[in-house]
Design a protein around this ligand. Structure first.
Ligand code: SIN
Ligand code: CO
Length: 380
């Protein structure tokens, strides 16, 4: 269990004063910090197919190589960094580091990235599109962080390595184990290891309009929706044939917006979209899927259900129903199951006696049987 202190700030004060606004140094955010993983284990993960990893070096200009790696000859004694994404999906002890940050909603949390840097190693001056908390583990690393600058220009230092030019630092610090930096989107930053260093980055996600609109269009196509067509039964004769009038533009825009405004379509889309995984995870579907009529016995055999590492689960409360979305699939359940669905989404571990009273409902039993059969929740 890691316990987070944000200087003298309450979570509410942190959100009001810093979140998405300005960087913050959280000195001793985790007291007596113990690394959940070491460099060897991290290298082991970087050898796996399906786990995203990179090695960045800066001894001979900026070089970036993508994993999986068979050996670590490019990871030099100096000026090198190994970065591994979504470690929380594969390493339960490392996943514990995400828990103290769950005062930010689950759906905004992306993954835990872990880096190991040798002295002088870093990824250079850059901005991230998303908020990040960077925790210092073993070693020391010198960090500089600038103010949020939405106009900062990025350039490609090497294929796959975007950087920014020199910037003025508002935080200039050598991080020690347990220290944390909060860096909002578009705040330039750079960190170079002083000693061999482990760093843990809790990254967030925030979809942009293109992501949302293109995924929404895919959703309409997949479900054969969005078939309402432009119509103009009120058309009258007019002087110019070449013009697309303001009135016609307004009708076309309204046609598009109507698809988004349809609650049945949009809520299903948005819940599925935001619960979709970005990285692979270590799911273990049951060899023999659980049937709905086995659910009661299953719940009485096991005291708790665990959520799979990095699983994305969210719910939307409606007047008479609750939509539960997990890994891109949505399930619509009667509102009486709200408390159980809330527990499943809010918590990493759920006591099965909280779920048992719902099992008189066939839909609930079927849903839970699917969630367990797919390995989204598991008992041990
Ligand atoms: C790193 O750990 O090297 C990179 C973290 C970041 O700058 O976002
Ligand atoms: Co960064």
């Amino acid at each position: 269990m890691y316990s987070l202190t944000i200087n003298e700030l309450s979570k509410a004060q942190f959100l009001a004063q810093y979140w998405q606004k300005q960087p913050l140094l959280i000195k001793g955010g985790f007291k007596n910090f113990v690394d959940p993983i070491d460099a060897e284990e991290l290298a082991g993960l970087a050898m796996e197919e399906g786990i995203e990893s990179r090695i960045v070096t800066n001894s001979d200009g900026w070089q970036c190589a993508n994993g999986p790696f068979e050996d670590f000859s490019t990871l030099g004694e100096e000026r090198s960094t190994l970065l591994v994404q979504a470690v929380d999906h594969w390493h339960p002890e490392a996943a514990e580091l995400v828990e103290p940050f769950r005062f930010i909603p689950n759906w905004r949390i992306d993954d835990l990235m872990v880096s190991y840097s040798t002295p002088g190693g870093g990824v250079g001056p850059h901005i991230d599109q998303y908020d990040v908390f960077i925790i210092q583990g073993a070693g020391k690393r010198h960090w500089r962080v600038g103010k949020v600058d939405k106009n900062v220009q990025q350039f490609s230092a090497n294929k796959g390595l975007l950087q920014v030019g020199p910037f003025t630092a508002v935080i200039d610090v050598e991080l020690e184990p347990g220290d944390i930096l909060y860096i909002p989107p578009n705040a330039p930053h750079e960190g170079y290891a002083v000693e061999p260093s482990l760093n843990y980055s809790i990254g967030f996600r925030a979809p942009n309009q293109t992501d949302l609109l293109s995924s929404f269009a895919d959703h309409l196509i997949d479900h054969d929706l969005g078939q309402a067509r432009y119509s103009d039964e009120q058309l009258t004769e007019r002087a110019s044939r070449g013009e697309l009038t303001g009135d016609e533009i307004a009708r076309l825009r309204k046609l598009m917006i109507a698809a988004i405004e349809d609650d049945n379509t949009f809520l299903r889309f948005i819940s599925e979209n935001l619960s979709e995984a970005k990285h692979d995870k270590d799911l273990l579907p049951l060899d023999a899927p659980l049937e709905e009529n086995q659910i009661m016995d299953f719940l009485s055999d096991y005291p708790v259900l665990h959520k799979a590492g990095g699983l994305r689960a969210l719910y939307i409360e409606r007047p008479d129903a609750v939509i539960l979305a997990v890994e891109g699939h949505s399930f619509c359940l009667p509102i009486k199951h709200l408390d159980s669905v809330k527990q499943l989404c809010d918590e990493q571990v759920v006591a099965t006696d909280v779920l048992a009273p719902n099992t008189s409902c066939l839909l609930f039993r079927q849903t839970l049987a699917t969630l367990i059969s797919e390995g989204y929740w598991f008992a041990d």
